[in-house]
Design a protein around this ligand. Structure first.
Ligand code: GLU
Length: 284
């Protein structure tokens, strides 16, 4: 065990917390606690079109009611645009990012002609934008990214062939999640990322960015998703049921979802203490 550990929970305020985001909050919080580390909260409101301040406030209130307190000031991505701009410029200057003029339709057409997957970027503007620059892309290389997930085991992706040069600043002028998350985790010294398994196919893109920036790579743990009755991932945007008033009951469900023994506790503190012991037995 080490006290160097820094973890985080990074919700996007596109709705209130639901069972899925609670499981991610709880797993990241308990992993930090089991390591005697720090746990930070970051509001990922970089996508200003989809995020609302009232949802961010609601999420923070719920975390506070759950007695999950950040060990540092809460970070708001919307306040970090200058920092993202600096890193983007650094990537452009070092030839690791380039301007792209392609529209979605042009990308689809080029992929079809080349027999590539529709969401892949075919590299059209690698040799220079073909018109006015719309977005900025990260220049991928052919090195396969492999990492060992603490829950799911080894995971590999060749980002260049499977995804292509991905957008780091979007055509609508907003910074992409992929870039913001990497800069924030680096600036906060995050050593451990615990989050939902839906994000695992983003992780190689984020690692590719970190390697290019010569930044330390954190350890990753992608936890099982909570599904609804139709076996779809719960999502705030798709209107997943927000947490009920009985937060202890919600914690009990989240803990069961993570596959641990049931905890009966009369306070959040007692719950987290027992949860940390069970967690340490399984993962540390
Ligand atoms: N903001 C993302 C979400 O709410 C999580 C990002 C992350 O943990 O890296 O799904």
């Amino acid at each position: 065990m080490t006290n160097q550990y820094i973890g985080r929970f990074a919700p996007s305020p596109t709705g209130r917390l639901h069972a899925g985001s609670l499981a991610a909050a709880l797993a990241s919080f308990i992993d930090a606690r089991a390591h005697h580390g720090q746990w930070l909260i970051r509001i990922e409101d970089v996508d200003t079109g989809r995020c609302k301040k009232e949802w961010a406030d609601d999420i923070l209130q719920t975390l506070s009611a759950l007695q999950m307190h950040s060990d540092g000031e809460v970070i708001w991505q919307s306040k970090r645009i200058d920092r993202y701009t600096n890193v983007l410029n650094q990537l452009i200057e070092s030839g690791k990012a380039y301007g792209c003029s392609c529209t979605r339709l042009e990308i689809e057409k080029a992929n079809k002609a080349l027999g590539l997957k529709p969401n892949h970027y075919p590299g059209t503007c690698r040799t220079g934008a073909k018109g006015a620059i719309r977005s900025w892309r990260f220049l991928t290389n052919h090195e396969k990214v492999t990492f060992t997930d603490r829950w799911l085991g080894e995971y590999s992706q060749d980002v260049e062939t499977e995804v292509g040069d991905f957008v780091i600043k979007r055509a609508d002028g907003l910074f992409a999640y992929q870039l913001a998350v990497v800069i924030d985790d680096h600036d906060c010294g995050v050593t451990d990322i615990v989050r939902g398994a839906d994000l695992i196919d983003n992780t190689p893109r984020q690692i590719a960015l970190m390697r290019t920036l010569d930044w330390n790579e954190p350890r990753y743990m992608h936890i099982p998703l909570v599904l609804n009755d139709r076996h779809e991932k719960l999502s705030k945007q798709a209107g997943a049921r927000p947490l009920g008033n009985d937060l202890m009951l919600e914690l009990v469900h989240a803990w069961r979802h993570l596959g641990f023994e049931e905890i009966r506790a009369d306070s959040f503190e007692a719950f987290y203490q027992e949860a940390s012991l069970q967690w340490a037995n399984r993962f540390l």
